[in-house]
Design a protein around this ligand. Structure first.
Ligand SMILES: [Zn+2]
Length: 494
């Protein structure tokens, strides 16, 4: 096909439009690209010899010469049509392939993520569409919005390799319904509300009581059979052997048993859908690190009950706080990565999943090496935090208002997040220079990081205006930030 989308538009209605040249792609007898009008509205433009190429889209067709030019709005319906016209944009399963999740609270960051992946050039499979139900609620988004924004962003940036789609941190049975209907293919099952933190320190009598009180009918077993199958078991790993003693086995089950029951209920609900998908089991947001014996017991029980999962997110030692470097003993973390990776190879293999993974630069080479690339890196809010740099650079007054609101609403915003910031250290009336550095200091970065719900509900139109007016700067900032995240995984990506 000899179509050149960067030729001057033939229709007067298109004058002033700007094409994204990297989006142009020919497939299935048509050529597609994205344009942006002077007032910032994006639309799909496509040409083909025959109008039937566009039958799944809603838009207007115009025949000129020997070809049909088609213009379509970036609606949810047209996102579905685009995913079927350009099938790599439809989320697919990744299996054990090295992968990275890029949460995007704004639905604007995907082109920046694509740039980072392209710059790193490694074989890392991206999950652009990824958001937890909790975050969607705070951002006023639906599962479909998340998926569709990622589709348009990947298309705009010219991504032509597979994409994933992570329905992140699902906690309720109903969460399965909404995300499955939208078309996600990766489901992160998080039973943290059912994990029993009391079991961390409870005495032997109480542990025994807790284990006996578990819902053994749902677990398709009983306390005696459970004990018999684990106590005294020896697991030979590459560098070491694990001996499972009675105390750690019972404590593991007292702690995670109720979570296993709940996760299995979510898993069965998901399997009833009959969709081609994969599952991650995540306990990273629980109160205490997942000990090696706990990893063994939890995973073995899930496998016995029939859960087929592709990745496991334990709670690692130390602190993985939002938007800042790892806090803790890095050598202890390295040992933790190694032992969990050895268990994952011995019992799976399945991927280890590193959550709250943004800005933890010291940890990436360690987990990449420990897992030999059988790893998923999950970042969530860091793209939001970086997007605020665009506001600080281009509208310092708005950024000051954003900061004031983030400080005023901090006590509500911080709920459910692990943070160590001190809001009293943040200047309340910062100079322009201080505004420009707000995203660098740990205190202001964390306060703004968790303030997204309040900030978006108050300032959404003004913020989006600044991002849309400065989208190239936004993509550049995101890309620079993510190259630092992805590059350490490149030598191990497979
Ligand atoms: Zn997580």
């Amino acid at each position: 096909m000899s179509v050149r989308p960067d030729e001057p538009p033939s229709s007067a209605a298109l004058l002033g439009d700007r094409a994204y040249p990297e989006s142009r792609v020919s497939y299935g007898g048509a050529t597609y690209w994205l344009e942006r009008s002077a007032d910032g509205v994006k639309r799909l433009v496509a040409v083909a010899d025959d109008e039937s190429a566009f039958r799944d889209f809603t838009g207007t067709a115009e025949r000129s010469g020997g070809e049909v030019r088609f213009i379509a709005a970036t609606t949810p319906e047209n996102a579905v049509a685009l995913r079927s016209a350009l099938p790599w944009l439809k989320p697919s399963r990744f299996g054990l392939h090295t992968s990275a999740g890029f949460g995007d609270r704004l639905g604007l960051a995907t082109p920046g993520h694509v740039r980072a992946l392209t710059a790193v050039g490694a074989d890392i499979n991206p999950v652009f569409a990824q958001q937890s139900i909790r975050e969607m609620g705070r951002c006023g988004r639906t599962p479909r919005n998340v998926l569709d924004d990622a589709t348009w962003g990947a298309f705009q940036a010219g991504w032509t390799k597979p994409v994933g789609g992570d329905a992140d941190h699902l906690e309720q049975l109903d969460d399965i319904e909404d995300t499955a209907a939208a078309g996600f293919v990766f489901y992160t099952l998080d039973p943290k509300a059912e994990v029993d933190p009391e079991a961390e320190h409870a005495g032997p009598a109480m542990i025994k009581e807790k284990v006996e009180a578990l819902d053994w009918a749902s677990l398709d077993s009983d306390a005696a059979a459970f004990e018999k199958s684990y106590v005294g078991r020896r697991i030979d790993l590459q560098q070491r052997a694990l001996e499972l003693d009675e105390e750690s086995v019972l404590r593991a089950m007292a702690k995670y048993g109720p979570g296993i029951v709940h996760a299995m209920a979510m898993y069965r609900r998901l399997m009833e859908k009959g969709i081609d998908c994969e599952v991650e089991f995540a306990v990273d947001e629980t109160d205490y690190p997942t000990k090696p014996a706990e990893h063994v017991v939890v995973v073995s029980e899930l496998q016995r009950l029939g859960m087929d999962f592709v990745s496991f997110a334990p709670r690692f030692v130390g602190r993985f706080e939002k938007g800042v470097e790892y806090i803790g003993d890095i050598e202890e973390l390295q040992r933790d990565f190694e032992i969990h990776a050895e268990i994952a190879r011995a019992l799976g293999p399945y991927k280890l999943s590193l959550h709250s993974g943004s800005d933890k630069y010291s940890t990436y080479p360690l987990i990449a090496e420990a897992t030999k690339g059988v790893v998923h890196l999950k970042t969530a809010g860091t793209s939001w935090a970086e997007a605020l740099r665009v506001i600080a650079n281009n509208d310092p007054d708005l950024m000051r208002e954003v900061l004031v609101l983030a400080l005023d609403s901090f006590e509500a915003n911080r709920k459910s997040y692990h943070l160590s910031c001190d809001p009293t250290k943040i200047p309340t009336d910062p100079t322009d220079e201080q505004v420009a550095r707000l995203m660098d200091g740990i205190d202001s970065r964390q306060v703004l990081h968790v303030g997204y719900g309040a900030i978006l509900s108050e300032f959404r139109p003004r913020l989006y205006q600044v991002w849309n007016d400065n989208e190239d700067e936004h993509y550049r900032i995101i890309a620079d930030h993510f190259v630092k995240h992805l590059a350490p995984f490149a030598p191990y990506a497979q």
